[in-house]
Unconditional design. Structure first.
Length: 434
């Protein structure tokens, strides 16, 4: 592991966490505590590991009991401030503060109550990153990891009650795995007690997606690409029987069989032949997505095929959206427009050197009040961090923020709403006032 701690991180100092990561306005802890027992792989895990996209789990067996209480959101919402208009956006001055360099850093997970922060490296390590300082390795995937193509350790998140750490990665067989690890009172995972929640055989080593995040409703959302190759020849993104090219919405049940339930209000639960897990579809490679903490609106970036990059958006409460791939790619018509198509919020081509959208996060922090409500995003190839304001699905302001990151790979949001950027060189940068 290559690690270089910078002065801003206070590597080995006793600086309080507020010097790096901001804290939430209000967090309500769960009243229930679940004690996870180590478990041996079950037959259900083995069956799941061999499942393909043509064999979605039978909704009749997995739909959540309607009488069972849904997960409860735990964080008080920030004010739903509309983003800046063009004049205000143009006047904002921001810069980036280096936090640390850790080999292929790709994601952060923030414990909701005790200040613990975990960092994921695409190369297969989860390390303690509390106070912005690199600590002990918590999970090492070792030989059970593929780095071929777009594979690797891709995402991690705590559940709202912080009872489990969920990790999304590509295993040595190039297949998708989402695993839940019970955590102790310090928020550190038990690496020996991982429980497979979702196992999916990938047809190719490209278009994996892989991002995971708990939504404001407390359910786990999972991004999966179409599985490749070019043009989605098997039409996976449009076929509701396939889990590929989708955003899934599931209710994890670590330690139980099945390992997850399908929420009864998922949009396609009652559709014959459809996979009940599907929440949205028609995506090529949704590398990152997020929910606006104030409104619950959903944003994702769909990495395009050679020409067009999309930012897709739906308001809170909208389910079953079809974003169009592979019939449509931005304005490019590749087939008949689906009748339920949701047009992208914005798109761009590759004429200016951009090549792969990296969807970001609506800024809801307090350090840069003029920026609140703007969607922050970027592109892997040009490395520029950008901001966009939309009102009712119409973009009304946009600009580059003057932050160049190199090969930009992702964003993270701490409990106070401040934003961080990752690049392929392993830098973690904080967006701060200029």
């Amino acid at each position: 592991m290559i690690v270089s701690c910078l002065l801003f991180a206070g590597c080995g100092s006793d600086d309080p966490v507020e010097t790096v990561f901001s804290t939430p306005v209000t967090v309500a802890a769960s009243e229930e505590t679940v004690t996870a027992e180590p478990s041996e792989p079950s037959q259900a895990d083995a069956d799941a590991a061999s499942a393909t996209e043509s064999e979605p789990i039978d909704p009749d067996e997995e739909v959540a009991d309607p009488d069972e209480e849904a997960p409860t959101p735990t964080t008080t919402l920030p004010p739903a401030v509309i983003g800046p208009d063009q004049a205000v956006l143009d006047s904002i001055n921001v810069t980036s503060q280096p936090i640390a360099i850790v080999e292929q850093a790709i994601a952060l997970a923030f414990h909701p109550t005790n200040g613990t922060v975990l960092l994921a490296q695409r190369t297969g390590l989860v390390v303690d990153f509390t106070n912005g300082r690199v600590g002990r390795t918590q999970i090492d995937f070792g030989d059970d990891l593929s780095l071929a193509g777009e594979s690797g350790l891709l995402s991690l998140t705590y559940d709202p009650a912080a009872e489990y750490l969920y990790v999304s990665y590509t295993n040595a067989d190039d297949d998708t795995r989402i695993v839940a690890y019970p955590v102790d009172e310090d928020g550190l995972p038990d690496a020996q007690s991982g429980q497979v929640i979702l196992a999916l055989e990938q047809p190719e080593i490209i278009h994996n997606g892989g991002h995971i995040e708990f939504g404001p409703d407390g359910y786990l959302y999972v991004a999966l690409g179409d599985g490749g190759p070019a043009n989605d020849p098997e039409d996976r993104a449009q076929r509701l029987s396939s889990l590929f090219g989708k955003i899934l919405r599931i209710d994890p049940q670590p330690g139980s069989e099945p390992a997850y339930l399908i929420p009864e209000d998922n949009p396609f639960v009652t559709v014959d032949g459809a996979a009940g897990e599907v929440w949205a579809y028609g995506l090529r490679n949704p590398w990152r997505f997020s929910f606006d903490r104030a409104t619950g609106d959903f944003y994702t970036g769909d990495v395009g095929q050679y020409v067009v990059e999309e930012i897709n958006y739906v308001e809170a409460g909208v389910t079953g959206a079809n974003f169009g791939w592979a019939r449509l790619e931005g304005p490019i018509q590749r087939g008949a427009t689906p009748p339920d198509h949701v047009a992208p919020l914005s798109f761009y081509n590759h004429d200016d050197g951009r090549c792969a959208i990296v969807a970001g996060i609506v800024y809801r922090g307090t350090a840069i009040p003029e920026l609140r409500g703007a969607f922050i995003y970027g592109d892997y190839c040009d490395g520029q961090v950008r901001a966009m304001t939309q009102i009712d699905g119409e973009v009304v302001a946009t600009r580059t923020l003057g932050i160049f990151t190199g090969q930009l790979t992702g964003f993270a949001q701490d409990l106070g709403g401040e934003l961080y950027v990752f690049n392929l060189a392993g830098e973690t940068l904080k967006i701060v006032p200029g």
